[in-house]
Design a protein around this ligand. Structure first.
Ligand code: ADP
Ligand code: MG
Length: 476
């Protein structure tokens, strides 16, 4: 009888080779290394968990008969599986598991990690034939906390997210539901939490998935009769991030399965992070029992960013890309686009592209031109905020004093001019203009416009003010 592991394995291989096609042999058996042979237990090393599963699934009969032929009926097979560390470059480690498909060569004394015992693991992200089992976290390395600018608009959500990333499932924020309008940073923040967790806890399985993709996978699993695999896979995750769960609305079956998975994860002390474009109370079409689960944790909203935050976001982006553009252009963009950070960034990118394509300097002119043409939600008119800024800059006043209740003459005058220009340059109602200029009513605005017109006719200095400020708007 042959006695060294190498010899035994060599004979096994030549038997196997005769019984399968060349390609399969190359793919599945060439990479296997024999580790040792002891007490008729043959240990072989496979490069990944997926590899192991594949062999158990497809070649175990062949492998078993090869081994039995060499070592007799009481032979046993143990796999040593190289485990991948997905994030970071820590050295791979191995785990040992016996073959579990065939009782005859099963070794009941080996302790199996529970996830491997249920070797039904099918990662929906794995394309069959791919050689690695890694539950790829599907996270984007670009969306991190470092480049997520903090502001009043996101303070709660951001700090809750940060707390979660320091202690996944160890805070009361489970689930953490981040909600807010389009382009306000939900995906970025949810992703940042995942990246941070991966960094702090490389051994944790983190998965980011959009609700849409989750739904597709689920539907597919029904079609392929692999619903259990689907559920099983999700139950293995330590930190599950599902983006845009409003997509689950009116999809009862998907909600059902999600409910199931949610409960399992929550019970097993796993972290769940969800995002939605609306608050839980507004999620019609989502089952009550699911909504009530969300109340177990924290719902934090992302609001529209304040001006300073918008400017900071733009500057941060430029800084990261090593680009400099004039401050007034940054301010102009930040003033013009207030409701959506994605559009704000989009405008900046278009502006940079425009300038380099047409070899034009980046100026307010170009910015205005570009915004007119490319930015969907922005009207062609300047914003009232921006008008106020220009007027305040002109008179060297602070916006705060401008908006205060003071009746000082110079400030009253600035307010009147801002109202006048707002009437001229925007389509806003008098009431709206008044509201934005320190909480005045429409009559005040009407009066202001009349006053400015009168003074323009009678007061030369005042006329100069108007003309000079007008120039600033025309220049754009
Ligand atoms: P949502 O998922 O809410 O629609 P995203 O997360 O996709 O929005 O964000 C849109 C864009 O705005 C992304 O490029 C993102 O990086 C950026 N963004 C959003 N919030 C911030 C922030 N606070 N700091 C920096 N960038 C942000
Ligand atoms: Mg998103």
């Amino acid at each position: 009888m042959k006695n060294t592991a190498d010899e035994v394995w060599k004979s096994c291989l030549s038997y196997i080779k005769d019984n399968i096609n060349k390609e399969s042999f190359k793919t599945w058996f060439n990479p296997i290394k024999v580790i040792k042979l002891k007490d008729k237990i043959l240990t072989i090393e496979v490069p990944s968990k997926f590899f192991y599963e594949w062999i158990e699934e497809n070649y175990i009969d062949l492998l078993t008969s090869a081994i039995k032929k060499e070592l007799g009926d009481d032979a046993k097979l143990v796999y040593s599986i190289m485990m991948e560390n997905i994030y970071g470059n820590e050295t791979p480690y191995t785990i040992k598991v016996p073959s579990i498909k065939r009782k005859s060569i099963n070794n009941p004394n080996v302790n199996l990690p529970s996830e491997v015992i249920n070797n039904e693991i099918k990662n929906p992200f794995i394309v069959p034939g791919l050689q690695k089992l890694k539950i790829d976290s599907q996270l984007s390395p670009n969306y991190t906390f470092t480049n997520f600018i903090e502001g009043d608009c996101n303070r709660l959500a951001r700090s809750a997210g940060y707390a979660v990333s320091k202690k996944p499932a160890g805070t009361s924020f489970n689930p953490l539901l981040i909600y807010g309008g389009v382009g306000l940073g939900k995906t970025h923040l949810a992703n940042a939490i995942g990246v941070e967790i991966k960094e702090r806890f490389p051994e944790k399985t983190v998965l980011y998935v959009s609700a849409e993709k989750f739904t597709q996978q689920f539907i597919e699993s029904i079609r392929n009769n692999t619903r259990n695999d689907f559920v099983h896979f999700y139950q293995l995750i330590d930190v599950l991030i599902i983006d845009d769960i409003q997509f689950f609305a009116a999809k009862e079956k998907t909600q059902d399965i999600f409910f199931h998975i949610f409960n399992h994860l929550h019970q097993h002390n796993k972290q769940i992070i969800l995002t939605s474009d609306r608050a839980p109370v507004d999620m019609s079409g989502v089952e009550q029992r699911l909504l009530s689960r969300f109340k177990w944790g924290l719902s934090a909203d992302l609001q529209q960013p304040e001006l300073e935050t918008r400017i900071a976001i733009l500057k941060n982006k430029l800084y990261k890309d090593g680009i400099e553009i004039p401050n007034d252009v940054i301010e102009y963009l930040a003033y013009s686009i207030s409701s959506n950070i994605r559009e704000l960034e989009g405008a900046l990118i278009s502006l940079l592209a425009q300038s380099s394509l047409n070899k034009k300097d980046i100026s307010i002119n170009l910015a205005r031109d570009m915004i007119d043409r490319f930015v969907r939600t922005t009207t062609k008119e300047v914003s009232i905020d921006y008008i106020q800024k220009i007027v305040c800059d002109y008179f060297d006043l602070s916006i705060d004093s401008f908006k205060s209740k003071t009746r000082k003459r110079n400030i009253v005058q600035a307010r009147q001019l801002a109202m006048y220009f707002s009437k001229q340059l925007t389509k806003s109602s008098l009431a709206n203009i008044g509201a934005q200029c320190g909480g005045k009513d429409h009559a005040t605005v009407l009066h202001a416009c009349k006053t400015v017109n009168n003074l323009a006719d009678t007061d030369k200095t005042f006329r100069t003010y108007i003309e000079e400020i007008e120039k600033k708007f025309n220049m754009m």
